[in-house]
Design a protein around this ligand. Structure first.
Ligand code: UD1
Ligand code: CA
Length: 468
């Protein structure tokens, strides 16, 4: 196997996206579209070098993609695809392998397609091969002109094509294999004598023919793979393809996706078998869900780990958190970053947890806020219990021991510690530590005022007489 250097063209702005963001950074299934060709080059092709030709918003692209095997070259002015590749030449000096050219805005190409393209190129002994597709509407693309033997004769751009050539349905996808030595020599001969005044990379075909070397064309089976993204409509089309691929992969591995039309799962997400995902769920980033879980409607989980046999009830949001086996979350629960919910915990409706650990078997069943807290095992937090972690200047911790019972509407003003087996009476405001096994109560003593309802009755009558 010859070594490969990949050049990815990504200098264009993408005018038709009508966006302040450069086209190749627009996300597809949660990652910039440029990630797809870059991943092919790094992980599948295992290219010796991956060179990104960047121009518009070069700094933003560099920031996102910098890495050990990635090199950037700047194309200050976008003078055409030939000019773009020319900028990468310094990285090809004394390289004698294969150069693979990919486009930053063609994200759906499959690894198998590229592999067979490269293998054919190696076998047929041409100096250049272009990946082509036969499409229903070839308008706008470069057309593939083959000679009688089927070798590639010319690639002619829409704007330079004769009426007859415009009828050719086989188009240039913008993906090429080249012998590095030929690329180096041929690029120097490219001119700008064409309808657009650009340096066309495609001119390398005619240059080769004049030199008597062979160029070839390799057709893809599925033209959908080589669609280029030009507009936001294309973006949505590609997103749908990638999304369905991911869902199919999960379903084939044993995950039930109840409504694939309305489920959004990003590429990096892992889901264990026999987990059931109900409609309108969103699973994002580096999320890992275990086996036998149920994720009900409308829940969103980002960059989080969920164990086995966990139930996430409807409308819950989990971000950068960890949920252990057999826990139950929601409905309408919010686990904010750095929350850890241990085995068999219940986090019920309208509960928000933030930067806290909820110990094994504990229950926070309704309407509570737990922030910067450490709850031991089998703690019960009543409805409306709140940890006041923020005094306006800094955040403080609440530490609650094992088997503590916290009544309804308790406020724990941090920093504060509650010892194991302690109880806190409903409505108490805890400002001092509570010793182990103690009962803490802070309440205003109850007064009963006799005859109150009678007075109230009079007032009601008065109110009724008012005209407003
Ligand atoms: C090019 C091909 C055409 C092919 C089409 C496939 C040429 C002359 N034409 O068309 O045959 O059918 O791609 O999409 O090569 N780019 C740069 N710098 C530049 C110009 C382009 O980096 O100066 C990048 C773009 O960002 C894009 C890719 O190259 O990723 C293709 O450019 P684009 O303008 O879309 O293609 P065309 O030149 O129209
Ligand atoms: Ca162009």
């Amino acid at each position: 196997m010859e070594s490969i250097i990949t050049i990815i063209l990504a200098a264009g702005k993408g005018t038709r996206m009508k966006s302040d963001l450069v086209k190749v950074l627009h996300p597809l299934l949660g990652v910039p579209m440029l990630s797809y060709p870059v991943a092919l080059s790094l992980n599948d092709i295992k290219a010796e070098k991956t060179i990104l030709v960047v121009g518009h918003q070069a700094d933003k692209i560099k920031e996102k993609f910098k890495g050990p095997r990635i090199h950037f070259v700047i194309q200050e002015e976008q003078l055409g695809t030939g000019h773009a590749v020319l900028q990468a030449l310094p990285f090809l000096q004394s390289f004698n392998g294969t150069v693979l050219i990919l486009c930053g805005d063609v994200p759906l190409v499959k690894m198998e397609t590229l592999r067979s393209f490269i293998d054919t190129f190696w076998r047929n002994e041409s100096v250049l091969s272009v990946l082509t597709a036969v499409v229903e509407n070839p308008f706008g693309y470069g057309r593939i002109v083959r000679n009688q033997a089927g070798w590639l004769e010319r690639i002619v751009e829409e704007k330079d094509a004769t009426e007859e050539e415009k009828l050719i349905p086989e188009i240039n996808t913008g993906i090429y294999c080249l012998k590095a030595s030929y690329l180096r020599e041929g690029l120097r001969e490219i001119g700008q004598e064409n309808a657009q005044g650009e340096y066309y990379l495609t001119d390398l075909v005619e240059i080769g023919r004049k030199r008597g070397v062979r160029c070839s064309a390799h057709m893809v089976n599925d033209p959908a793979e080589v669609m280029g993204i030009n507009t936001r409509i294309d973006l949505a089309t590609a997103e749908e393809v990638l999304r369905q691929e991911k869902l199919k992969e999960l379903m084939l591995s044993g995950v039930t996706v109840v409504d694939p039309k309305n489920t959004y799962i990003e590429n990096g997400v892992e889901v264990g078998k026999d987990t059931v995902i109900y409609p309108c769920c969103v699973l994002q980033g580096k999320t890992k869900i275990g086996k036998h879980c149920i994720i009900e409607h409308n829940s969103r989980i980002s960059d989080s780990t969920v164990g086995d046999e966990v139930t996430i009830h409807s409308n819950s949001i989990i971000t950068e958190s960890k949920v252990e086996d057999q826990a139950s979350i929601g409905p309408f629960a919010h686990l904010r970053p750095l929350s850890e919910v241990r085995t068999k915990v219940t986090i019920g409706n309208f509960v928000e947890v933030e930067e806290s650990i909820i110990g094994k078997g504990s229950k926070v069943s309704h309407l509570a806020y737990i922030g910067n807290s450490l709850l031991g095992e089998t703690v019960t937090m009543g409805a409306g219990a709140i940890t006041s972690n923020d005094n306006g200047f800094e955040r403080n911790k609440t530490i609650i021991g094992d088997r503590v019972f916290v009544g309804s509407n308790v406020e724990l003003v941090a920093p504060v510690k509650v010892g194991s087996n302690a109880s806190i009476g409903a409505g108490t405001t805890v400002t001092k530590n509570v010793p182990e096994g103690a009962l803490a109560v802070s309440r205003v003593k109850q007064r009963n005022i006799k005859g109150w309802s009678k007075k109230l009755g009079l007032r009601h009558k008065k109110n009724k007489k008012r005209k407003d």
